[in-house]
Design a protein around this ligand. Structure first.
Ligand SMILES: Cc1ncc(COP(=O)(O)O)c(C=O)c1O
Length: 403
């Protein structure tokens, strides 16, 4: 029987050391709860980084996966598959786009969007435009192209030469955006809320400017909804909070509540650039992942989880604001939309984050100072209140508030 320390030892010995792991070995999970090897329960306020949005091992999703596994797990994209069609139809009904390309992850979805954009410019528009503008602080993935697109230098080091064709412009800076556009520019790619970047929300004014610039220069607008999509922010897609019609959106994370699944969803005119043989994947859109994703969408609709995310998110913001008012010198800002929430601390938050984990709350610390919460959309106000009360008590300990 493994225990935490033998797992830590063997992880260090056999796995690449790419992750700074939390001091928690998870044995099992159910609903909002994670359980360690000593049987201790933790409240999961992270959902596997916005993946298990319906909670862990949702019984109906488990049943859908089990039934599908008995029927058809994989057959390849050489064949017509009813699960893909049913899922594509459902997904398209949640947005104003027309066609789907299924893949397996967020980076793959963004990689697909980059390829689709370039091919659209070359094959449909017959123009030699290829450059994609992204924002500082953005995160678009870890493949070479998505890394190149990402607006954070720290994760690019040691991977030169990176693919060309990406430029980064400052977050929420309208003037700089004007300056970065050139005759090579093909698209602007943004997250409506930067997740890894510290739960930073694009200002409505900047979004308006982006739309204006895209129209004026005939650019594609690509919205990376990998973290913000699937109801997380209180709309199916975060761009739906604004008057925005993207040409391409990318999705992944929560689509199949834990099975690998991603999608590039685009307007018909753009999708035409992906003709036969131009792009592909072995596993993308497997019947198994599609069956899980169909069930996820059915449950979200039936249980009105998108609306719930908005409502509980608003309550959470109020509750956290209450904590901020008690500790204005320790909390810089509380922000978010729906259940994508950030509490920005005035100091490096590692000690507080660790103390919260010791008290049984699993969440993430991003950009050193931002406590990021991405709880399952089924979380209750009581859970949020319990967390906020614990945070408030911990903030009284000055030892924990020194970075
Ligand atoms: C906004 C955004 N884009 C892309 C990705 C990459 O997704 P994946 O890790 O599935 O490749 C992430 C992952 O955190 C993300 O948050």
């Amino acid at each position: 029987m493994p225990d935490k320390s033998s797992l830590q030892e063997k992880t260090a010995k056999y796995l690449c050391s790419t992750y700074v792991r939390y001091p928690l070995a998870v044995k099992s999970a159910n609903g909002f709860s994670l359980y360690d090897f000593d049987g201790r329960e933790y409240l999961d306020l992270l959902s596997g980084i916005s993946v298990c949005n319906l909670g862990h091992s949702h019984p109906e999703v488990v049943l859908a996966i089990t039934r599908q596994a008995q029927k058809l797990i994989h057959v390849s994209n050489l064949f017509y598959q009813e699960e893909q069609v049913a899922l594509a139809e459902k997904l398209i009904s949640t947005c104003s786009l027309d066609r789907v390309f299924f893949c397996n992850s967020g980076a793959e979805a963004n990689e697909g969007a980059i390829k689709l954009c370039r091919r659209y410019m070359q094959k449909i528009k017959k123009q030699n435009r290829f450059e994609i503008i992204t924002l500082t602080g953005s995160f678009h993935g870890r493949t070479l192209a998505t890394l190149s697109a990402t607006g954070q230098d720290k994760i690019k080091q040691g991977f030169d030469p990176l693919p060309q064709g990406f430029k980064t412009t400052p977050f929420n800076d309208e003037k700089a955006l004007d300056k970065v556009i050139s005759q090579d520019t093909a698209a602007i790619m943004v997250e409506i809320i930067q997740g890894e970047g510290g739960v930073k929300i694009l200002s409505p004014g900047f979004l308006k400017k982006i739309v204006h610039v895209c129209r004026r220069h005939d650019l594609l607008l690509i919205v990376d909804e990998i973290q913000t999509g699937m109801g997380r922010t209180g709309k199916y897609w975060a761009h739906q909070h604004y008057d925005l019609c993207p040409d391409i959106i990318t999705s992944a994370k929560a689509m199949a509540n834990g099975l690998p699944m991603g999608a590039v969803i685009s307007l018909e005119k753009v999708a035409q650039a992906f003709d036969a043989g131009s792009h592909g994947t072995t596993f993308g859109g497997s019947p198994l992942a599609c069956a899980a994703a169909i069930k996820v969408l059915e449950i979200m609709e039936r249980d009105q989880l998108v609306q719930r995310a908005w409502q509980v998110g608003q309550e959470a913001l109020e509750i956290f604001e209450g904590v901020r008012k008690k500790h204005p010198e320790k909390i810089v800002e509380v922000r978010g939309m729906g259940l994508m929430l950030g509490i920005e601390l005035a100091f490096a938050g590692n000690k507080i984050w660790k103390a919260l984990l010791e008290k049984g709350y699993v969440l993430n610390l991003t950009q050193d100072t931002v406590l990021r919460l991405l709880p399952p959309l089924v979380i209750s106000r009581d859970h949020i209140e319990g967390f906020a009360m614990t945070l408030e008590i911990l903030l009284r300990d000055s030892e924990l508030c020194q970075g």
